[in-house]
Design a protein around this ligand. Sequence first.
Ligand SMILES: *Cc1c(COP(=O)(O)O)cnc(C)c1O
Length: 391
Amino acid sequence: MIPSILPTYNRAPLSFVRGEGAWLIEADGRRFLDLGAGIAVNALGHAHPGLVEALTEQAGRLWHTSNLFHIPKQQELADRLVAETFADTVFFTNSGTEACELAIKMARKHFHDAGQPGRTTILTFEGAFHGRSSAAIAAAGSEKMTKGFEPLLPGFRHLPWGDHDALHAAIDETVGAILIEPVQGEGGIRALPDQCLKGLRALCDAHGLLLILDEVQCGMGRTGRLFAHEWAGVTPDIMMVAKGIGGGFPLGAVLATEAAAAGMGAGTHGSTYGGNPLACAVGCAVMAHVADPDFLAGVRRKSALLRQRLEGLVAAHPDVFEEVRGMGLMLGLKCRMPNTEVVQAGHDALLITVPAADNVLRLLPPLTITEAEIAEALTRLDAAATALETA
Ligand SMILES: *Cc1c(COP(=O)(O)O)cnc(C)c1O
């Protein structure tokens, strides 16, 4: 008999009833150290007092009005994002998938209005993840997500990761945009080298293409900069954001330059909930912390510490781990045994991690994790690895 919840997820036999910073408290009282942060969502940890206050204050006044009216917190958040980034304009969504939908629509509309309606192809990359809508699975293209869901939305050309010749050969008069994650998350924590991102920008400029970055997972301070592309010193034309921006409240956004977004006038797109007062009150509070240079310096400091300790862990457990990869507090441990077994051993050691493709264990702690908690995480990872070795 089908369960009352559509069984699209394999869930761990854990249910958490409370969170405190980097800690999750199970129904039976056990305290788990959270290096998953709800898949890079809880950027400020669980039950952050500033976020609780922002949400409850708004909840006591006004929940929802629709985008038929001005929403002061939405305006404040858009202004802040525009001030802190390359973008001239922002559209708010409820998720990363919806941000992907708009990014694709925006690119198509851009070329339609530019008198180049044939430039509908978007180049994407193997290992990508952009969400689970029909457009997002067509964009990513992996069989795991698309099989059985055909016919797929046309207009995507999938390229191998890191193959410059294939990329250059794929550009023809039908191509309008390149869509890529600066750091692949689901794909196994694969960071695009700075020179490659610079190269993509140059290629887009040379061919009049739009560069669309998916920073849903790697953005909002995750890599130690507000957005990951800042490390390469280049900017996109369109950027997808979600996950960390709401700190646990559903919120996403598409950021764009004026030129890229020019065709998106009244009536071209919409969302009933997108940018609603509750989401944007929380989003403003998240931004106030994450955009602070001192906060980002702290993320970089903690990243260096965690990374150094993980190198030691890999050296101590060569039968379990192969290497450390990633940036900031978006780190991956490539495993030598099935990553799902390592995740399970972590649970046994009261530690939450997230599996990814390429047999990688993702470490995505709250950006507020303390140095003492990082030390405790290493103790628990070491215990998990030791248990796997002796099993
Ligand atoms: C999670 C994710 C998405 C999809 O976001 P949802 O909020 O789950 O719709 C898109 N792109 C990337 C890179 C992601 O990590």
